[in-house]
Ligand binder design. Sequence first.
Ligand SMILES: [Zn+2]
Length: 249
Amino acid sequence: MARSPHDYGHLVARWRAVARESGLRLRRLVRAGGFEHFYLRTPALSTEGGIYISAGIHGDEPASSAALVSWAEKNARRLMHWPLLIFPVLNPQGLINNCRYDAAGLDLNRLFHRDDQPVINAVKKIVTPFQFRLALMLHEDYDAEGFYLYEIKRKLPFWGEALLAAASRVIAIEPRGKIDGRTAAAGLIRRRFNRALFAKIGYPEAIWLHEFHAERSLTIETPSEFALAQRVRAHEVILDECLRRAGFD
Ligand SMILES: [Zn+2]
């Protein structure tokens, strides 16, 4: 029987196996909320031009972490040659409880302007020396009726349309014109960074990375009411397409 995508111990075991096969080390990020948190960095990663990938900051979005480990397993032999910083499951407590929030009831994806949450603080410390060519955040949305993505306006050419075209081969694209009050077109929400807005609501990971550490910041969302295998496939397709567009394939 397939293991639940909410089984954190199983995910960590799979990452250990990937790390072994690919010659990497599963590194300890921090112990918080009763859980060891992990990350990986490849030897090809230098301070400029790498790729930041994270999943599982919201615990009720399990396809994100499931897809990231599955993608890593498929690319185990190549991972070491790509410049990657990977945070596979940022909210294990939430994952186990199928809950967006962490053990303290906080939305970790609104705390990147602060330095008092141990997991986010640990991520920020590790990221300090890096400027990434791409930061990719994997998410899901239970209201979604298809796949969509957020692209923050800066680096040209934009990638949003090409990523949506890639995803559309494996999953339906979000048909709604409004998503969480934001205007969307064919699954694409592309806006400028609005410092005043995020100063008010709190900094998401993607916004903090955009402002300080990444020339390109993308958040992808799969519809969490769709079948797990299809959502996982959509995340994998985007990971492949992003690596290819960044010049690594
Ligand atoms: Zn999310």
